[in-house]
Design a protein around this ligand. Structure first.
Ligand code: NAG
Ligand code: NAG
Ligand code: NAG
Ligand code: NAG
Ligand code: NAG
Ligand code: NAG
Length: 366
């Protein structure tokens, strides 16, 4: 009896520990919220690929969408080659491996994307991808928001999993997935999908890159001084800035206002040190919407009187004008940010930071 009581009490206290700001599906208007990785959100299946939408056009006032795609590997492209005329699409590898191709202005590139790698697909770039490992998860940020409507249109079925499994294990021979037929993809122009069916992605990869001379994962990556050039940033090979307050923050931008141009967003990662026990944390209020997705460690976000604990794949959405604090009690916490506008957390931190050559912070306080 006693052990039963203990079990019940433990389960109840775990349930109550989850803040009411955690939702199962993104809200239909902007508000402060968080969503756990693989939560039973409005997920849909396109072939064997499961698409989830932690931030939608509706939940961000049309500023940006944040997507997750979980799938097994495939012997075919995950989508037929296409362009967007209006949307800036950003690919990030959270888990496993995939190949990403971009083609624009006679420059054709392919990269093998492993965890932490980023690829920029500005408007009018022909692109496609192929999922490789038994379990890969791509995180997509797309500006402006609302692009998820395409996946609701393409869905073969709604996806539910009582266990929150990333995707449904099956020996389906239709592992090609997402590879909508050429007839369907040609009819998607109202979703800003412009098929490029005569594009054939290059396969001459060496050391994870085609062409082989890109220095992928061996030399540093810079961000272009342009809002229309596709590019890639390998994990920890991009620009880095060290910000020092009561804790250290390393900002690694993927997209700054110079690359986003009229799309008016920023994206990148922030790595933070453990909060010292005597530290005071300043609060932040930003003019426009911001989402964080945790990549490693544990991120604590305080807002609306709630304290949220977020681990890998969990997303928190902080609307513009909402006061919040963020910090970590874990030794090495890293999160992806996507922000609307130009007065964003990353730009504020970079303005007060120094350029830095490392993905880790110093061993002592200044
Ligand atoms: C993208 O391509 C379309 C169709 O060719 C064109 O109308 C549009 O101006 C292009 N957009 C940009 C940003 O170049
Ligand atoms: C998914 O569920 C929604 C209702 O929530 C329904 O309108 C839609 O048709 C379903 N999609 C598929 C592909 O079954
Ligand atoms: C898939 O095939 C393997 C090998 O034939 C088998 O062991 C496994 O049970 C199958 N899995 C499913 C989900 O059908
Ligand atoms: C591939 O990587 C290996 C190991 O770093 C290197 O020796 C080799 O030169 C690279 N090949 C090309 C074509 O860059
Ligand atoms: C916190 O304590 C450390 C070690 O005692 C000290 O060096 C540091 O200045 C303190 N920081 C603050 C903000 O009080
Ligand atoms: C960019 O976003 C900011 C903040 O939302 C807004 O004030 C500004 O008007 C936007 N600029 C453009 C060019 O859309």
């Amino acid at each position: 009896m006693l052990s039963n009581f203990l079990l019940v009490a433990t389960a109840a206290s775990i349930a109550s520990a989850l803040s009411p700001l955690f939702l199962d599906t993104p809200p239909s208007q902007s508000q402060p919220y968080a969503i756990k990785r693989f939560a039973p959100a409005k997920a849909v299946a396109v072939g064997q690929q499961i698409y989830r939408f932690p931030v939608t056009g509706a939940s961000s006032d049309g500023k940006f969408s944040l997507l997750s795609t979980s799938a097994p590997g495939s012997s075919s492209l995950g989508v037929l080659p296409h362009q967007h005329y209006l949307h800036f699409e950003n690919f990030f590898c959270l888990e496993g491996r995939f190949q990403l191709w971009t083609s624009k202005d006679d420059s054709e590139n392919g990269r093998l994307m492993t965890a932490g790698d980023y690829g920029a697909v500005p408007p009018n770039t022909t692109h496609t991808f192929q999922l490789l490992d038994p379990f890969s998860e791509m995180v997509g940020a797309i500006a402006p928001g609302g692009f998820e409507d395409l996946f609701f249109f393409l869905a073969n079925s709604n996806y539910t999993a009582a266990t929150w499994s990333p995707y449904a294990p099956s020996n389906s021979s239709d592992s090609s997935s997402g590879g909508s037929s050429s007839e369907i993809i040609s009819s998607l122009q109202s979703y800003d999908v412009w098929a490029q069916l005569d594009y054939s992605p290059r396969r001459d990869f060496i050391n994870g890159s085609a062409p082989s001379t890109s220095g992928w994962h061996s030399s540093s990556n810079t961000l272009p001084n342009s809002d229309h050039t596709p590019y890639f940033v390998a994990k920890d090979y991009g620009p880095k800035y060290l910000h020092t307050s009561s804790f250290y923050q390393i900002i690694q931008p993927f997209v700054t206002p110079a690359q986003a141009g009229a799309k008016n967003f920023t994206e990148g990662t922030i790595t933070i040190s453990k909060l010292p026990s005597n530290a005071t944390i300043e609060s932040t209020t930003l003019p426009d919407h911001t989402a964080f997705e945790v990549l490693s460690g544990e991120l604590i976000v305080e807002m609306e009187g709630e304290t949220l604990s977020l681990v890998i794949g969990d997303v928190v959405f902080v609307p513009g004008g909402t006061e919040f604090k963020y910090y970590s009690n874990a030794a090495f916490t890293k999160f992806l940010y996507v922000a609307a506008g130009t007065d964003t957390l990353d730009q504020r931190l970079i303005a007060q930071a120094k350029t830095w050559g490392y993905p880790v912070f110093p061993t002592s306080w200044p």
